[in-house]
Design a protein. Structure first.
Length: 170
């Protein structure tokens, strides 16, 4: 019976490697964003001098939006892989991000919701900059979604703070 238990525990422990393809897929997602970022940048460049200030702002906000999403994916890849699969051995590389290896699941949730709020804020700002082309209904939805993400973020942070305080107390 002990051998069966050990086999089962090793199987469960090693199944964490099934997550690795997900992280490879997210890396491919970053490459896809890079292609779209480059496409948007190249598309905007030749018409730069004929664009209005609002159009330039919208183009830049689109680039910022893609950049924030790529940053979010990096955070998810690094912290998810290190929390659930294996430690990343960078051999003390000088460019290793300070937060790498220090973001636990709770921290990942907070960073995730903060990134989502930032991305939603960019989308909302794009709607306000281009208010003539956005319907009142769509703008209302954007405001509502952004407000819900902000409230969710505050609730996540509050729950995390309460849980962290409870762990210290115990």
């Amino acid at each position: 019976m002990k051998k069966t238990e050990h086999f089962l525990e090793m199987l469960i422990f090693n199944c964490r490697w099934l997550l690795a393809p997900f992280y490879v897929g997210l890396i491919i997602g970053i490459l896809m964003l890079l292609v779209k970022f480059t496409q948007e940048f190249i598309h905007t460049l030749p018409t730069l001098f004929s664009l209005t200030g609002h159009e330039v702002t919208l183009a830049i906000l689109s680039l910022v939006d893609m950049s924030l999403i790529a940053n979010l994916l990096i955070i998810i890849i690094f912290s998810g892989y290190e929390n659930f699969v294996s430690k990343i051995d960078t051999a003390g590389h000088e460019d290793r991000p300070d937060w790498m290896g220090q973001v636990d699941f709770s921290g990942l949730k907070i960073k995730l919701i903060a990134s989502m709020v930032a991305i939603s804020g960019i989308e909302l700002l794009k709607g306000f900059v281009n208010v003539a082309a956005v319907s009142d209904r769509e703008l209302s939805w954007r405001v509502g979604i952004h407000a819900m993400l902000v409230v969710s973020g505050v609730l996540f942070a509050t729950m995390d703070r309460i849980a962290h305080g409870t762990r210290k107390h115990n």
